[in-house]
Write a protein that binds this ligand. Structure first.
Ligand SMILES: NC(=O)c1ccc[n+]([C@@H]2O[C@H](COP(=O)([O-])OP(=O)(O)OC[C@H]3O[C@@H](n4cnc5c(N)ncnc54)[C@H](OP(=O)(O)O)[C@@H]3O)[C@@H](O)[C@H]2O)c1
Length: 309
């Protein structure tokens, strides 16, 4: 089997196509033949060693967590899936390897692919939509009439966050780059600002929740834009931000992994059109090294990059 892997933490130059053998199928695992795998910023952050205390020093390590594909085999205790099922899901980040031909995945980490969305669309959902769900629904509690502000409302997480907030009848304002405004409006953001429009978006209204997808909003600035009981949700924690944020009970962190339980609901919302990913580029797996490098190093804002198999 072939996959994208690396032998040390570092930059994109360390990636290569490596051969790997599949271990025996665990009793709660499913073996999936990959049809599409979506690239997330988390993939190169992991390869750069951002979580090395948790990912350890055993190499080679595969890359990629989000995938869609076809079930090849199931472990003896798996009752929800059968060979031939079309599925999508997310690998535990400690076992990355979705940029490869076949994966073994815990049966709790995948769900059935809605019939009428493509493998590429399904692969674009897990990490970004799970994070958006945790941030906007679990932490920010978006509901009818809430005023939500999303800093970075045009990326994968930001777009899903806007779609979920709008589905719950919240009003959404947000920031994005100049070429992303139409995409933000299509996702339901009704007041779209540039990143430097702080005077305008800070005075627009007091918000019930602010979701910073980029980690660029000052915490004090954000807190000053909130209603007294409003919350500020962060998905790019740094020691400094956590230290400053923890001084406020209104600062909340959100992580994709907490959203795993929402994966079946995400599939339903993708099926009925409430959630829809934007795919910027589909490229064959054979081009994975250059495509991942490009996604990482060139500033692109046209949607998800997906590898197809
Ligand atoms: N805590 C967690 O569990 C978790 C989970 C998922 C993601 N994240 C983090 O959340 C962030 C967003 O993830 P995502 O998947 O939404 O990313 P994405 O799809 O790549 O979107 C990022 C957006 O940020 C904007 N942007 C602003 N400055 C940028 C720059 N210098 N380079 C590239 N884009 C820039 C771009 O929109 P404009 O062109 O409109 O500015 C782009 O569309 C990442 O830092 C990721 O690591 C955290």
């Amino acid at each position: 089997m072939k996959r994208v892997q690396y032998d040390r933490y570092g930059g994109p130059e360390g990636m290569y196509f490596g051969e790997y053998d599949l271990p025996a199928l665990g009793e709660s695992e499913v073996r999936v033949s990959i049809k599409a795998a979506a690239i997330n910023p988390f993939d190169w952050k992991l390869r750069r060693g951002a979580m090395k205390l948790l990912t350890g020093r055993r190499f080679p390590r595969g890359m990629g967590t989000d995938f869609a594909g076809i079930v090849e085999a199931t472990g003896s205790k798996v009752t929800k899936f059968y060979a031939g099922d079309e599925v999508f899901g997310v690998l535990d980040f400690k076992k990355s390897g979705a940029f490869g031909e076949v994966v073994m995945v815990d049966s709790n980490h995948l769900t059935k692919k809605p019939a009428h969305i493509s493998f590429s669309e399904a692969a674009s959902l897990p990490t970004a939509a799970m994070t958006a769900w945790v941030a906007i629904l679990d932490k920010a509690a978006a509901r009818r009439g809430s005023n939500i502000f999303i800093n970075g409302c045009s990326g994968a997480v930001g777009s899903f966050a806007a779609q979920l907030a709008v589905a719950h009848e919240a009003r959404v304002a947000g920031t994005c780059g100049p070429t992303s405004r139409d995409r933000a409006r299509a996702a339901g953001v009704d007041a779209v600002f540039g990143y430097s429009d702080k005077q305008r978006y800070a005075k627009n209204t007091k918000y019930d929740a602010i979701f910073d997808t980029l980690g660029t909003l000052g915490i004090e600035d954000a807190l000053s834009m909130l209603k007294p009981k409003g919350v500020f949700v962060d998905i790019n924690p740094t020691p400094g931000r956590i230290a400053r944020g923890m001084l406020s009970r209104r600062y909340k962190l959100a992580f994709a992994a907490s959203g795993l339980k929402h994966l079946p609901a995400i599939a339903e919302l993708a099926s009925d059109g409430t959630l829809w990913p934007t795919i910027g580029l589909e490229a064959p797996f054979s081009e994975a090294l250059s495509v991942i490098t490009d996604a990482e190093t060139a500033r692109r804002s046209y949607g998800k990059t997906v590898l197809t198999f």
